[in-house]
Design a protein around this ligand. Structure first.
Ligand code: C2E
Ligand code: MG
Ligand code: MG
Length: 763
């Protein structure tokens, strides 16, 4: 740029171009530095001029009155990519202005000035003519065609002396504002984020006074910006946290520059809520002093609630809302350590409901569930709030009593639970009855840890159950001994069939009208090599549990049919044989084939076979049962419902079952004349059976009061010790012969009675 180097001091030259530098420097109003040198009376050194014009980051572009470029400093060259030689003498607008933009500006200026402005030539002039040294943004185009934003200021250049003094050209000072634009854009984006962030943002100054907050802050806290600006964030606090909490927060801000955590604050409306907050320390870039604190937080009350629900579900039984096994173990653990410290005792109670399975199976799970909910309430009502009631699943509950001083404390609670659970429940529009069997273990006597106490309470509960319904039982060491015995017995049971240890006994069934024997019920006996006769009451449930019942049942069916057929072959009158089927056998798929097979192999007339099934077996899935029962009936086999009255029978189904007989359970018969309720049940059952066209047989008749009552009520048949105890197969023939003699020889209603009682005594 030769023009620049030609400077000779401050001298106003009326022509732009060669002497532009001097021209500018001489203009006091525009170039204060020139003025400052002039005032000192000093020459402005050429080098300084150069430094000023060429060293700055602003583009200096001067044009003459026609708009032709006269001067183009180094910064302008760098910005636009043209050398000074390339541009001097060119019209600046044509060279680096956006044509459309410049056209619009010219139009606007024309209007403002009231005269046409030539976009090619007069932009600088027109801008200046408005008399303002304003800055305006333009888009400039580099030599390579790329565009960038600039800020342009225009000023007039004066030349001449006195009267001659006039505008000789214009100077444009151009700043590349690309970076500023970027910064502005960034700022704009930050602002958008600030305004629209779903997280509350609060900025406080170094003294922790609130400087600004965003709309999310207002939404979450309820405070408008004007409520809080200038305040200490303390006004948000709920008093939920103590001094050490905040102390720790400040400590972390001091050492890490950041703090994160959960804070419980209070909304403007007073509501306390949890928020998750992140606080950052902002420091001044130069001095590194804390300038601000930036706090961002979100309302986590919803999430908290969800977490609490999940947490609750993980620790509670969803049906009853009681603590589950997991929580129980934790609470018991806690109770044990407390008890160790205070030298008190802890009682663990295992509670199992009697007859729950029957209710669940016959009335449906829905009813079963409702009953469990009610039972849970009653058990909870029997203990203190500080005690734990948990549900382990099914109908098993556990109660943990802490602070127990004597076993009698636990006993009282157990009795209360027994009493409350025994009261009738009104569930799903029906009255239900159940009872609780409770096993109790005590810490430290019966165990030192959770597992031992639970196991022993469980064992005691089995004993309580065995004692009869609605009982409780304390654990005793001997109980485990018998648990071992049970296991051994189970193992022996597996081998019993192979070892031929089973035998069928037969108990006569008598017509109450004629006194004649009409059949026998086959009852299995286990002749254990060491323990002698074992009652089916002991091993049948065991066989059910293990599945052994299926092969045992098959053996019973075959044996009963074969032996009954032998009596026929020995010339006895047609005698029915009744075979018991357990629930599990009843569900067995090939049961009809099994029965048909036993009949075929033995050659027994199907009319002489009766199957005894329980209420729960048929009521479990009545539709299926009806199919199966029809199948048996079509084979010619008759059917009886055993233990009638102990389960739940739906009368509407009972009508549909193709059965022949109801068997009144022993428990009702035994109370005839003793308990009016049970007497009524027997009477009602007889009436019901007859209404449905069924026969009734009463089991467990032990005395003549029962017999006479039943006969008077019209009960068809009877069975019981009064007639005879179950007997081995080989005794059947002589027994029937002798009975027939007595009855035939001494016919009449009382005949069976006297004969039976003698035999009962001897059986
Ligand atoms: P259940 O079918 O109700 O049989 C009647 C039970 O009452 C028999 O007990 C019988 O000995 C007993 N009993 C009869 N008369 C009297 C009496 O006057 N007083 C008293 N106190 N009891 C009397 P047992 O033989 O011990 O059988 C018990 C249960 O075992 C049976 O009840 C039946 O459910 C089951 N059971 C017996 N044998 C078999 C079998 O072969 N297969 C299956 N699945 N279960 C069997
Ligand atoms: Mg039976
Ligand atoms: Mg029975």
């Amino acid at each position: 740029m030769p023009q620049v180097h030609s400077g000779k001091g401050p001298e106003v030259v009326p022509r732009l171009g060669k002497n532009t530098l001097e021209n500018i420097v001489s203009l006091g109003e525009l170039c204060p530095w020139g003025d400052c040198f002039a005032r000192l009376g000093a020459d402005t050194p050429a080098a300084l001029h150069e430094a000023l014009l060429e060293g700055v980051n602003y583009g200096f572009i001067s044009v003459d009155l026609e708009g032709r470029i006269a001067f183009f400093n180094r910064a302008a060259q760098a910005m636009l990519g043209y050398s000074a030689e390339e541009v001097v003498g060119q019209h600046s607008p044509l060279l680096f202005h956006e044509p459309e933009e410049i056209r619009q500006v010219a139009e606007r200026l024309s209007q403002e000035l009231g005269r046409p402005v030539d976009p090619d030539m007069g932009i600088f002039a027109a801008r200046e003519a408005l008399g303002r040294v304003t800055e305006e943004e333009y888009t400039y185009i580099r030599k390579d065609g790329t565009r960038f934003p600039v800020l342009l200021s225009v000023m007039a250049l004066w030349g001449g002396e006195g009267e001659q003094r006039q505008v000789v050209g214009y100077l444009g000072v151009v700043a590349d504002i690309t970076e500023r634009r970027k910064a502005e854009e960034k700022l704009r984006l930050s602002n958008e984020v600030f305004e629209n962030s779903p997280e509350a943002i609060m900025i406080t100054d170094a003294e922790n006074r609130i400087v600004t907050v965003n709309p999310a802050f207002t939404r979450i806290t309820g405070y408008d910006p004007e409520d809080v600006t200038g305040e200490n964030p303390r006004i948000l606090s709920s008093g939920h946290h103590d001094g050490s909490f905040y102390q720790q927060m400040w400590q972390s801000l001091g050492s890490e520059g950041v703090w994160q955590g959960e804070i419980w604050d209070r909304r403007k409306n007073g509501e306390v809520y949890p928020k998750w907050a992140t606080i950052n320390v902002l420091r001044d870039r130069r001095s590194n002093q804390v300038s601000h604190y930036l706090a961002m937080f979100s309302d986590i009350s919803e999430r908290k609630r969800a977490e609490e629900t999940i947490n609750f579900l993980a620790h509670h039984d969803p049906l009853t809302n009681l603590p589950n096994r997991f929580t129980l173990q934790a609470r018991l653990q806690q109770a044990l350590s407390d008890a160790r410290r205070h030298e008190t005792q802890v009682a663990v109670m295992f509670i199992d409901l009697d007859r729950f399975k029957v209710i669940n199976d016959t009335l449906g799970h829905h009813v079963g569930d409702l009953l469990l909910i009610e039972v849970a309430k009653r058990i909870s009502a029997a203990v203190r709030d500080t005690d734990t009631v948990a549900r382990l699943g099914g109908d098993e509950f556990v109660v943990v009593l802490s602070g127990v001083t004597r076993a009698a404390d636990a006993m009282q609670v157990a009795m209360k639970i027994n009493r409350l659970v025994a009261k009738p429940f009104w569930v799903a529009d029906q009255e239900l009855h159940t009872e609780a069997s409770i096993g109790i273990s005590l810490f430290p006597a019966d165990g030192d840890d959770v597992d031992a106490l639970m196991k022993n309470a469980d064992t005691a509960m089995y004993y309580a159950k065995a004692q009869g319904r609605g009982n409780f039982q304390f654990y005793a060491a001997e109980m485990n001994q018998s648990a071992v015995e049970r296991l051994t017995l189970e193992n022996r049971l597996r081998q019993a069939l192979a070892k031929n240890e089973f035998e069928l006994y037969y108990q006569p069934q008598v017509s109450l009208a004629s006194g004649r024997i009409i059949g026998f019920e086959a009852l299995i006996r286990w002749n254990h090599a060491e323990q002698g006769m074992i009652s089916p009451g002991v091993f049948i449930p065991m066989a059910e549990d293990t599945g052994l019942i299926l092969s045992i049942g098959e053996w019973v069916m075959r044996t009963a049919c074969t032996e009954a057929q032998r009596w026929q072959e020995q010339g006895l009158p047609p005698l029915r044989v009744a075979v018991n089927l357990s629930v599990r056998q009843f569900r067995q798929k090939d049961l009809p084939q099994q029965v048909a097979g036993a009949l075929a192999i033995s050659g027994l007339d199907p009319a002489l076979l009766e199957l005894e099934i329980t209420e729960s077996a048929v009521m479990d899935s009545p539709e299926k049962a009806i199919e199966l029962l029809k199948n048996f009936r079509s084979m010619g086999v008759s059917l009886a419902v055993d233990d009638f009255g102990t389960g739940y029978s739906s009368l509407s189904y009972l009508k549909l079952f193709p059965i022949n007989r109801l068997k009144i359970d022993r428990s009702f018969v035994s109370d005839i004349g003793v308990d009016p309720n049970d007497t009524a049940i027997s009477t009602a059952t007889i009436a019901l059976a007859h209404t449905l066209g069924l026969e009734v047989i009463a089991e467990g008749i032990e005395n003549s009061t029962q017999l006479n009552y039943l006969r008077a009520e019209g009960c068809n048949e009877g069975q019981g010790y009064l007639f005879n105890r179950p007997m081995p197969a080989e005794e059947v023939l002589p027994f029937v012969r002798e009975w027939e003699n007595i009855v035939v020889g001494n016919p009449g209603p009382a005949a069976g009675t006297s004969g039976g009682e003698q035999r009962a005594a001897g059986a």
